[in-house]
Design a protein around this ligand. Sequence first.
Ligand code: DGT
Ligand code: MG
Length: 380
Amino acid sequence: TQSTELAKAHYTSRYACLRPCPMECPNQQLVQQLGIIRCSRELEGKDTSALSYERAISVLKSYPYPLTPSKLTEVSKLPGIGEKILSKITEYINEGNIKESQAIAGSSRYQSLCAFTTVYGIGASSARKLYDSFGLRTIGDLTEHYNSLPPPASRHDGNGRILTPAPTLSIKDALALRADLNETIPRTEVDMMHSVVVAELEKIRPGCLNTIVGGYRRGKVESNDVDIVITHPALSSGSNQVMGLCETLVNRLYKRGLVTHVMHLSGFHPPDALRTSNWDTLEKALTVFILPPVSGSRRIHRRLDLIFAAPETYWTAVTGWTGSKMFERDLRLWAKERGMKFDSSGITRRRDSKQYFPHSEEDVFAILGLECIAPTLRNA
Ligand code: DGT
Ligand code: MG
């Protein structure tokens, strides 16, 4: 609620947070083929190249017209479309496909690395190590490999604090739950999970506010996990009340058999003096959740993230966890270039550390000088 002139959203903007972008775009096939190259760059640890593809893909996703040869000149002028990516786009328009994408998709190395990273806890560099140093190729190889290792038994966070009684998710567990965790979650089930969690929350602390964020809020038909941001009007940010609520809820869900694993339960992160971190200092629990049994139906383990904020930072948390990842990245960049710091845990003016406490999501955008884009158009 400061600047009167808000930056206008448009598909040609350099910032993803100013490019309205629906879930499905007119050039979905092209985006999918470029996505294979991006993914392969990421799996191979070529992060700079992966990021340029990600930026270009994001810009193309917001482009509102089907691409035809006559559109190439305009597309070549869009931000983030360099010579190399333009040649792939041209190839796609002329040939109907991209040779490099097809070659990558058909390569057995790419297929193995992709399969390995479908296991929760295995990232690109672990996947390469398992492939290169251990010679593993299939999920079967992985299972054999991890079955031969002693189980890790870490129930402490970095500060020696004992985590909840819930077990953490080892790679072995993640392998066993792989089929469940890789199954997408339809919106009706997201709603059911949300109702169950909120009912338990209400018993601990009546009157909480909450929003389902992440891809669900952006209109995704099938989500990979469920993310819920929670606050209570009477929570004080200075004390440990937010952390207390997070722990109490997770313990309760665990005791009821609704949470089966807790991968992360944050205490406050050590303060980042340079404030360079991309992420926030919010309390959160990253868990595996399972709905109560309903006779005759199969129960599927789901990923559930619970994020707790003080009332002052509730709206930045909702904005920061709605995504998409590129939208969030550019919100931070936009803020930074204007002397502000934005993340899910707040907005700060750098020169005097003045903090802002938005009262709505529109307020978050207004403080940052941005036109507010609807959540369903934040898929850049
Ligand atoms: P999916 O895969 O169907 O769950 O799709 P999303 O878009 O819900 O992806 P997800 O759940 O990984 O992340 C939701 C948004 O929250 C995403 O835009 C980035 C943000 N996010 C994820 N992890 C963190 C984190 O540790 N801290 C903060 N501040 N934001 C995060
Ligand atoms: Mg999500």
